[in-house]
Structure formats: structure tokens, C-alpha cells
Design a protein around this ligand. Structure first.
Ligand code: SF4
Length: 410
């Protein structure tokens, strides 16, 4: 009516946060502040004065998206960046690459999809299966659509949390150390990964330790470099560490699961996959057809606008997909809120540059990675074993909003 009216002050707690990376850097946020590059520096300083039996073995696992962001900023190649970063971080003991743990996430996701496909007749929520690698999306799903959407979400752990299980499980055993004597840091493209690492599901009650103790963003690594007055370009390269014998890049979840399901369920070998953009380039789909019949229909939905459309389709019972790769950030993790902003270039060019670098990673077939096969065989008791399910999968929790103001629940 043209009158102005003073609105009540809005109160926002951490439980209202959808972890979109927009403002989660706030100093008040306890969960996030427990995980910063300052914490890592404190730990390294403590390690220097601690008695030998109290020192922690420090392991850093770097995501490929963070490497791409640092490479673009420092105008270096991806491998060179990884090798120089290893030298810079050598005050810690081991530097790993999370593309290794991503292999496990991909393999578990593909098997989970086939299991769900077979039980779709008796379980209406088996499909579509929705990806679980993005904690921003998981946080949104748990807080806003709770028990309705949770059964659709893949139980496979994200590459960060698989790495947590590998480091505090397999690697700890190899080193003859209890998990709490290892301090595990990951370098990730977003703040949401800090919230993910803080979930009670990833806390080891017996040893009172988290699978990932501290998450730092790519931007925080740059800060560390600047604090030390180091330019990555001037650092000598060092050989890369590996948990097993290999590592390497890997494709996206959608492509990988699509290929596997086509072969396993219908005996069809899929060559290159052509995604068809729908409303925008962050909502694309691909179908597998035989004699005009649609056998598989997959989509990717990036960014909250597309996620909301997807959820609406699901609620109306009009979602035609068998699988959807859901990511909270438009353009996915390369565009995460914790990545380095390139100076003097528009964000579009910056993103294209990052995409080119990231795509230059050699795609690897997880099934063919010898180290992955050995770990499945000797540590996890084989494909699809009880132990693999226990170690590589997780659970989700609907958050009750009514009493969310004081309790931080997941
Ligand atoms: Fe983080 Fe990637 Fe999800 Fe963005 S899309 S919130 S960077 S995990």
C-alpha cells in the first residue's frame, strides 16, 4: 500500500545454513573455525615440541579441483603443481591425491545403482538414485526435504570421506599407528567440505578422532604460501606419494555409472557420451535407447536453481530419471566457493581455463587401477563385501527444523 514498515530482525543459526559457500566463512561458526589453515599451523608447531610418542603423523590429501585452481593461478601444469605442492607441504609427512579415493566412490556408486535398479519394483524410492558427493546438496536435502528425499540419495561416501577411511584405516594399519596418531588434512574447493568432515557419522568414537581432522580450502593454501613468502613457481618439484601404487584422474559420476549400467544391465557398450542441455548448461540429460525404448535416462543438475526444479519434479512424481548427478555449485566443484579467484580475468574465462586444465587430467578406468583392486581384495574382503559396505558407505539424517535453533544436528 506504499507504507513502509520495519521488519523484525531475522535470526539465523548454523542450522539454517544451506552451506552454499556464500557466507559460511563467518568466524562465529564453531564447526568451520575448528578447521582452518591456522589449526594446521598450530598442529605443526605442537608437533615440533611434542615428545616423539605424542607427535602426530601429518597427512594431506589434495583434491584435483584444488590442484587445477592453484595451477591456473600459478600458471603451471597440473603435475608440476602437484609436485611443487608436495615439496611445499613436506613439513607434513605424506601428501596424497583424492583422485585415488574417488575411484572407490565411483566403483561403489556403480554397484549401488545396479542394486537399486534391480529392486525398483518393490522399492519406489530406489530410483532415481541421486549423487552424494556434494555436501552442499546433502546439507540442503537433509534440512529442507528430509525423509522425502533421503532414500533417493546414494549412500556411497564422497571422495573426501573415502580418503578419510583409507587414511585412518588402511594407511594407519600400514604405519602401525592408531588412527588418532594421524592428523589428516584435506585441501578442497569449498567450505561445505568442512561441514562434511564434522559430521558425527565420520567420527571414530573408539579413538575419539575424525576421519578428516581438518579441511582447508584452495584459497587457504594460497594464504599459507603467501604467509611463508613462497611462490609455487620457484619451488622444486618432489615425487608424489601414493597410498597404494597408483592414482590418476577419473571421469564424472554420471558418465561412469551410465557406462557401467548400460553394460551390466543391458549388455550395451557405450562409447562417448553426449549430454543434451535442457533449460541451461547446468541441467543436461542423456538417454540410452534400444528399438525406440528408453532403457536408461540420466541427468546432471548443478546449482540450487536446477536442484529445486529437480526436487519439484520428484515431488510431483514427474521425474523421468534413473540417476541424477546433483552438485550445489553452478558448473560444479571447479567453481567452488573455496577456489582461488584469478586476478584481472572475468569469471567466465577463469572457469574455462580451469575446465581446460581439469580436462587435461588423464581419465582412468577405476576397475583397472591395480592399487584399488588390491585394496578391495586384501583390505576390504572383495567387491560388494560387508566390510566394503561398512567402510565406504554412510547414512543421512532428516533435520527437524522446529528445534534447530539451539541444537546442531545432522
Ligand atoms: Fe563444494 Fe563441489 Fe558441492 Fe560446490 S559442487 S558445494 S564445490 S562439493
Amino acid at each position: 500500500d506504499g507504507q513502509s514498515q520495519k521488519l523484525e530482525k531475522a535470526k539465523i543459526t548454523l542450522n539454517d545454513c544451506l552451506a552454499c559457500s556464500g557466507c559460511i566463512t563467518s568466524a562465529e561458526s564453531v564447526l568451520v573455525s575448528q578447521q582452518s589453515h591456522g589449526e594446521l599451523c598450530k598442529l605443526l608447531a605442537l608437533n615440533k615440541v611434542a615428545a616423539a610418542h605424542q607427535q602426530k603423523l601429518v597427512v594431506v590429501s589434495v583434491s584435483p579441483q584444488s590442484r587445477a585452481s592453484l595451477a591456473a593461478r600459478c600458471k603451471l601444469g597440473l603435475l608440476e603443481t602437484a609436485q611443487k605442492l608436495t615439496t611445499f607441504l613436506k613439513s607434513v609427512h605424506y601428501v596424497f591425491d583424492t583422485t585415488f579415493s574417488r575411484n572407490f566412490s565411483l566403483l561403489e556408486s556403480q554397484q549401488e545403482f545396479v542394486r537399486r535398479f534391480h529392486r525398483q519394483a518393490e522399492d519406489k524410492k530406489a530410483l532415481p538414485m541421486l549423487a552424494s558427493a556434494c555436501p552442499g546438496w546433502i546439507c540442503y536435502a537433509e534440512k529442507t526435504h528430509g525423509s522425502f528425499i533421503i532414500p533417493h540419495i546414494s549412500t556411497t561416501k564422497s571422495p573426501q570421506q573415502v580418503m578419510g577411511s583409507l587414511v585412518k584405516g588402511f594407511f594407519a594399519e600400514q604405519q602401525h599407528l592408531p588412527p588418532d596418531r594421524i592428523y589428516h588434512v584435506t585441501v578442497m574447493p569449498c567450505y561445505d567440505k568442512k561441514l562434511e568432515a564434522s559430521r558425527p557419522d565420520f567420527f571414530n568414537q573408539e579413538y575419539q578422532t575424525r576421519d578428516v581432522d581438518c579441511v582447508i580450502t584452495t584459497g587457504e593454501v594460497l594464504k599459507l604460501l603467501e604467509q611463508e613468502g613462497v611462490s609455487l613457481a620457484d619451488v622444486d618439484p618432489a615425487p608424489l606419494d601414493s597410498i597404494g601404487h597408483g592414482g590418476g584422474g577419473s571421469g564424472g559420476y554420471l558418465e561412469h555409472i551410465f557406462r557401467h549400467a548400460a553394460l551390466e544391465l543391458f549388455g550395451i557398450h557405450v562409447g562417448s557420451i553426449h549430454l543434451k542441455p535442457l533449460k541451461n548448461k547446468d541441467f543436461q540429460e542423456v538417454t540410452l535407447e534400444r528399438d525406440g525404448e528408453v532403457l536408461l535416462q540420466f541427468a546432471l543438475a548443478y546449482g540450487f536453481r536446477n536442484i529445486q526444479n529437480l526436487v519439484q519434479k520428484l515431488k510431483r512424481g514427474k521425474c523421468p530419471y534413473h540417476y541424477v548427478e546433483v552438485m550445489a555449485c553452478p558448473s560444479g566443484c571447479l567453481n567452488g566457493g573455496g577456489q582461488i579467484k584469478l586476478e584481472g580475468e572475468s569469471s567466465k574465462e577463469e572457469l574455462q581455463q580451469l575446465e581446460r586444465l581439469y580436462e587435461s587430467l588423464k581419465a582412468e578406468i577405476p576397475e583397472e587401477n591395480q592399487a584399488v583392486r588390491e585394496l578391495y581384495q586384501h583390505w576390504l574382503g572383495g567387491w560388494g563385501s560387508e566390510r566394503a559396505l561398512e567402510v565406504l558407505h554412510t547414512r543421512y539424517h532428516a533435520v527437524e527444523r522446529a528445534n534447530s535453533a539451539l541444537n546442531i544436528k545432522w
